[in-house]
Design a protein around this ligand. Structure first.
Ligand SMILES: Nc1ncnc2c1ncn2[C@@H]1O[C@H](COP(=O)(O)OP(=O)(O)OP(=O)(O)O)[C@@H](O)[C@H]1O
Ligand code: SF4
Ligand SMILES: [Mg+2]
Length: 368
């Protein structure tokens, strides 16, 4: 792997659980993120997947410093950004930007697109002096496939996919090195998802970006990721290259998630085994002892209750030279192919300017 631009170690975010109205007493804690480790190499895309509530957004917020970790380190180019002074942090934050999930709520409806995309320049005027901002914003609109003449329009005059392009343009405004995209396409129609994913792909090459791409849809992540980390209840339980995770998963949770991915080929679909998990995800305020997945795992044994499995190459694969040799937090890791091998990759949709979807953008801006 190329040199890591971001190194995350033993990252925790625990929220206190309190009782009482006047005299709040802490009675426990919600362990939203509970020991996450990963590296992000320069120029790579790391996909993070997992069910709702497993802590993906909390990790994302800590990476861009919207949340302070309870403990653990986030090293950006070797420097722990969780310990920086506010002044030093400001310049680091410029290099790590976020694209949010919901293009409907993440853009201020009362601001023009030009003001939304150019807002980060208020905090970092050194990137674009005042007289230069309009041109910079128009360049950004062009880069994300929108007409630069839309600069004075309001978010409601755009379709969902176009709004997400505005969100991406804003994320690019400060010329960051890393983009943390938290479910950037989950709120979009399937046909538009592919266009936005392709745009992110193109921008990555053009601007040498590194991505942390968060999603719960494993099929979307595969198209864009070099490596994938699977999260369960606050921790990464398996991580590897996209081929290792999709074609040679060794953790039962990954296998179950993959068995639910839609398979287009009817014959392959008929032959694959669907793994249905029993029970609900436990509360992050009450995480099971030993392996946190054990309450839903069909392979669980006594050892799983007693011993926490570490995220490492399992002993059975350590001396092998197979794709199953990758980090998996399971005492009884074994390979199981659950998804039919992928067809040769075809482009998932047109790259470049978005085709209009839904009602066309009106010619003249309307008042919000
Ligand atoms: N401010 C908070 N106070 C208390 N608990 C919180 C807070 N923020 C998040 N949580 C809890 O932490 C856990 C992880 O939340 P998070 O939003 O990171 O999950 P997620 O994986 O992004 O889920 P989703 O797929 O639904 O977006 C959840 O149980 C959530 O309820
Ligand atoms: S350690 Fe045990 S409970 Fe956990 S995933 Fe492996 S087999 Fe299942
Ligand atoms: Mg989330």
């Amino acid at each position: 792997m190329a040199e890591a631009i971001l190194e995350v170690r033993d990252l925790h975010k625990h929220y206190p659980l309190t009782k009482g109205i006047l005299f709040k007493k802490q009675v426990g804690s919600v362990r939203a993120v509970d020991g996450v480790d990963f590296d992000l190499a320069a120029g790579e895309t790391l996909g993070i997947v997992g069910e709702s509530g497993c802590g993906k957004s909390t990790v994302a917020k800590m990476l861009v410093n919207l949340e302070r970790p309870t403990s653990g380190t986030i090293r950006y180019k070797g420097e722990d950004i969780t310990k920086l002074s506010p002044r030093a942090l400001k310049s680091v934050r410029r290099n790590i930007q976020m694209v949010f999930q919901d293009p409907y709520t993440s853009l201020n409806p009362r601001m023009t697109v030009g003001d939304i995309i150019g807002e980060p320049y208020e905090i970092h005027p050194e990137v674009a002096p005042k007289g230069d901002r309009r041109r910079k914003v128009q360049d950004l609109l062009d880069v994300v496939g929108l007409n630069p003449e839309y600069i004075n329009r309001y978010p409601h005059q755009f379709s969902g996919g176009q709004r997400q392009r505005i969100g991406i343009a804003r994320g690019l405004a400060l010329q960051p090195e890393i983009i943390v995209a938290d479910e950037p396409v989950s709120a979009l129609d399937v046909s538009v998802q592919a266009q936005v994913v392709n745009l992110l792909d193109t921008l990555q090459t053009e601007f040498s970006l590194s991505y942390v791409f968060i999603a719960h849809d494993l099929s979307i992540v595969r198209h864009i990721s070099d490596r994938v980390g699977v999260m369960y209840l606050g921790r990464i339980v398996e991580i590897g290259t996209d081929a290792q995770i999709y074609d040679h998963p060794t953790h039962p949770y990954t296998q179950a998630l993959l068995s639910a991915v839609p398979v287009p080929d009817p014959e392959a679909r008929a032959h694959r085994e669907r793994i249905l998990l029993s029970g609900d995800v436990p509360s992050p305020a009450n995480i099971p002892s030993g392996c946190r997945f054990r309450t839903r795992c069909w392979k669980a044994q006594e050892r799983c209750t007693l011993e926490v499995p570490l995220l490492a190459v399992p002993a059975v694969f350590r001396l092998t030279d197979t794709p199953a040799k990758h980090d998996s937090a399971c005492h009884f890791a074994e390979e199981k192919q659950v998804v039919p091998p992928e067809e040769p990759e075809e482009p998932v949709g047109p790259v470049g300017p978005e085709k209009p979807e839904g009602p066309a953008v009106p010619e003249e801006p309307q008042e919000p």
